[in-house]
Design a protein around this ligand. Structure first.
Ligand SMILES: CN1c2c(nc(N)[nH]c2=O)NC[C@@H]1CNc1ccc(C(=O)N[C@@H](CCC(=O)N[C@@H](CCC(=O)N[C@@H](CCC(=O)O)C(=O)O)C(=O)O)C(=O)O)cc1
Ligand code: HCS
Ligand code: ZN
Length: 765
């Protein structure tokens, strides 16, 4: 019999309950016991949802208070000494690694947080020492939660991150040189101990994630699978289901012999259905295929006909007992339930499926294959109708958008003059000092701002009242920037709920939700808008606020837009047209906005593209170059319609920029601000090696943590940067926007930043 399975469930709860509980705990308003109890309540609720949906194989240990990779760092006691030596209790030590800790005489920054593959989820990077050792933490969480589910009458399949992925996704700590994969020998006994305990607790199967198999791997990492899975596939241990997702693994099937002891292999057949045949041909006798046919990364209803065909073709080769119907990845990346959406247009609502609905989808597909289509006739008919309605909807084919796309010319992508000429006009026009200081756009999104926006959304205050409130906020941030003596101002983005959702709400071709939250990192969530059709801009989106801000500011005001690729990547995109088409439509809409901002007197315009790197196909090669070509073209199309004297900035966070440096350079932005404070300044060498001519602001401090950097720390950072960058090229700014911070720490950090810039300015005289 074909079984149904879910690889992981969203953690936040129907009303972002986990976010609220975590933040209350951090604010000292919820006890540790109550936070732990809330975690337990959520886990039980999520298991029950899946059980009620009829899912055969339900995951446990997919829940994490902050991040599942961070859970493993603590589970294996891979805790850097700067955290373990602070005398913090286990929970606070865990949060200290995730978000830093500056309280009661303890002052430690967080570990680095980076993108989880090509998603908008961020994980905490394991950080290893040259003399690293591992042991099993005495709080063996996977065992505890397995037991918790068992006590509730649910036998789950625990999920753990595999040893090769855990090491490969980590790095040597600052000033350490250890190669993470060389630690495998030391780590494996701890995995064996963990698996033994899971077996003792009654776990027959364990899902072991090795998602790095979708990458191009160095030979030594590939080689690591052999010793690893020789040790972990033992009859005294639970049977293993090795899961991969977000790409194909055909190029790594040479590691399959090393995996011959695992009971099943899971592959993502939404992203790469074509890998099915090859993977099946490489399975050894009796090995099971877990077929990921329900999209864990997007919100579209599964096309049952197509999914059933895929599963049946696997069944024909392997038999029903050797096939599992599964979600393509964890459902962490989709919102909790469609049932919460009371305001969605019914036409489009019928096209969507969120986590709760996807749990049912795997069971319907499994039933159709097990008992025949007649057993789920009504479900299949309704699904076919909805798939058909979507493909013939007017929203997906808007003639005026198509016509405009057809008329785009090559020269529409280029600024009028090369950088040196543009820069001399900008210098004349903007009159900025050397080491100009600026911020990345957002200032703290205070409780008051959210309350007022919430009232406006609910119709409790009028548009005029809301507008007045926003103007008052802008007045305040301008006053603060005067006091701080920054050089290029921002309006603070108080009117924006989110840098992508805000634009989605103002563009035709999008719909947006009220509750469809997805975890981005820690307690932070996003509500990605959904691209349902061809995109166009019915009216200016940001001009009113920027124009107002410029009218009251004494210094240049930076206009602030989210670039086409970031809008695309942080939305739920269409799956019926290529992403390059959607990016180009977004670029045309943004091009009009850039031109309108300039006409309104905004002469510095920042077009943020933090998701450009994240969109890079996970494997190097032709596909990457093709992506970068249309992605860069979209950015250029959106920014090239203005005069030379207007300065274009772009911003990148969450990006290891070295491996796509040529694309960043090709954007031809006058100024780049990049996240850098937690990376080695040595990485800036690429700008020297490539003789990068334009201007750069590598972030001088981390904005994800409430910790305040001292003036000396920032000076030291600038000194490091000046080893690689010319003084006339360097801007001084934080890593990213300040929306998640409190005002108190923001003012203190920016005061230190401006002082540090002034110090270097004085040294130049
Ligand atoms: C830069 N980043 C972003 C990413 N993706 C995006 N789509 N946007 C980004 O900015 N990816 C990479 C990084 C990830 N970083 C962040 C940083 C911060 C957040 C964040 O702060 N998220 C907020 C939610 C933001 C939002 O949409 N707010 C709305 C609704 C606020 C709300 O909760 N309202 C309450 C009622 C009001 C009240 O009483 O407080 C409610 O609805 O219940 C708004 O401001 O209007 C978060 O809180 O998690 C995310 C990613
Ligand atoms: N302008 C945005 C960029 C975030 S990546 C902000 O400042 O929040
Ligand atoms: Zn950023």
């Amino acid at each position: 019999m074909v079984h149904s399975s879910v690889l992981g469930f969203p953690r936040m709860g129907v009303l972002r309950d986990l976010k609220k509980a975590n933040e209350a705990y951090w604010a000292g308003k919820l006890s540790k016991e109550d936070l732990l109890a809330e975690g337990k309540r959520l886990r039980l609720e999520h298991w029950k949802i899946q059980k009620d949906a009829g899912v055969d194989i339900i995951p446990s240990n997919d829940f994490a208070f902050y991040d599942h990779v961070l859970d493993h760092i603590q589970l294996f006691n891979a805790i850097p000494e700067r955290y373990s030596s602070q005398g913090l209790d286990r929970l606070d030590e865990y949060f200290a690694m995730g978000r830093g800790h500056q309280k009661d005489g303890v002052d430690v920054p967080s570990l680095e947080m980076v993108k989880w593959f090509d998603s908008n989820y961020h994980y905490v990077k394991p950080t290893f020492q040259d003399n690293q050792s591992f042991s099993l933490n005495d709080n063996v969480k996977p065992v505890k939660v397995f037991q918790e589910a068992k006590d509730a009458g649910i036998i789950t399949r625990p999920v753990i991150l595999g040893p090769v992925s855990f090491l490969h996704l980590g790095k040597a700590d600052r000033d350490q040189t250890v190669d993470p994969i060389s630690l495998l020998e030391k780590l494996l006994p701890v995995y064996v101990e963990l698996l033994t305990k899971l077996k003792e607790a009654g776990a027959e199967y364990v899902q072991i994630d090795e998602p790095i198999l979708v990458f191009d791997l160095p030979q030594k990492v590939k080689d690591a699978f052999k010793p690893a899975y020789a040790k972990l596939t033992d009859s005294n241990l639970p049977k293993l289901v090795l899961a991969t997702y977000f790409g194909d693994i055909v190029h790594n099937t040479d590691v399959f012999p090393a995996l011959s002891g695992v009971a099943a292999i899971h592959i993502d057949l939404v992203r790469n259905p074509e890998q099915l045949e090859t993977v099946i041909s490489k399975l050894r006798d009796k090995q099971v295929l877990s077929a990921g046919v329900v999209d864990g990364r997007n919100i579209w209803k599964t096309n049952f006909k197509r999914a059933i065909e895929i599963v049946e073709s696997a069944v024909q080769k392997l038999g029903k007992d050797r096939v599992i119907v599964a979600t393509s990845s964890s459902l962490l990346h989709v919102p909790h339930t469609l049932d919460s959406e009371k305001k969605l247009d019914t036409e489009v609502k019928d096209w969507f499926s969120f986590a709760v609905q996807k749990a049912s989808e795997v069971t319907i597909i499994a039933k159709a294959v097990n008992d025949g289509p007649a057993s789920v006739k009504a479900e299949l008919e309704a699904n076919a109708k909805s798939v058909q309605a979507r493909s013939s909807s007017k929203r997906t084919n808007v003639p005026h958008v198509k016509e405009r796309q057809e008329k785009i010319k090559a020269e529409d992508h280029n600024r009028q003059s090369p950088f040196p000429e543009r820069y001399s006009q900008q210098k004349e026009h903007l009159k900025l000092p050397i080491f100009p200081t600026t911020t990345i756009g957002s200032f703290p999104q205070t409780k008051e701002i959210r309350i007022q926006r919430n009232k406006f959304t609910k119709g409790e205050i009028t548009a005029e009242e809301y507008e007045k409130f926003i103007e008052k906020e802008i007045d305040e941030v301008i006053k603060i920037q005067d006091e701080l003596d920054l050089d290029v101002y921002v309006h603070g983005e108080p009117e924006r709920n989110d840098m992508v959702q805000y634009f989605g709400e103002r563009l035709d071709g999008y719909v947006f939700t009220t509750h469809a939250w997805v975890q981005s990192y820690g307690s932070r969530c996003v509500r990605p808008p959904i691209i349902v059709g061809d995109i166009s801009r019915p009216a200016p989106m940001t001009v009113k606020e920027s124009k107002y801000a410029a009218s009251v500011a004494k210094k240049p005001m930076k206009g602030m837009l989210t670039g086409p690729i970031t809008c695309l990547r942080w939305s739920f995109p269409r799956d019926d047209v290529h992403q390059s088409v959607q990016a180009q439509q977004l670029a045309l809409a943004l091009r009009d906005e850039v031109i309108d901002l300039e006409a309104a007197g905004i002469f510095v315009i920042q077009v943020d593209e933090p998701a450009l790197r994240e969109g890079l196909p996970l494997r190097s090669g032709k596909e990457r170059e093709a992506y970068l070509s249309w992605a860069v073209d979209s950015f250029k199309l959106s920014t090239a319609g203005i005069k030379d004297s207007t300065q274009i900035h772009s911003h990148f966070c969450y990006s290891e920029f070295q491996d796509f440096f040529h694309a960043i350079a090709a954007l031809d932005a006058d100024v780049l601000s990049i996240e850098n404070s937690k990376s080695d300044a040595k990485l800036l060498k690429v700008f020297v090696d490539q003789a990068y001519p334009r201007h750069i602001g590598p972030g001088v401090y981390d904005i994800h943590s409430p910790r305040i950097p001292s003036e000396q720390e920032i000076k030291d950072r600038i000194a490091e940067m000046l080893q690689y960058l010319r003084p006339d090229q360097l801007w001084i700014n934080p890593d990213c926007g300040l929306k998640t911070r409190q005002w108190k720490e923001t003012k203190a950090a920016l005061t230190n930043m401006v002082q540090a810039a002034k110090y270097y300015r004085s040294q130049q005289k």
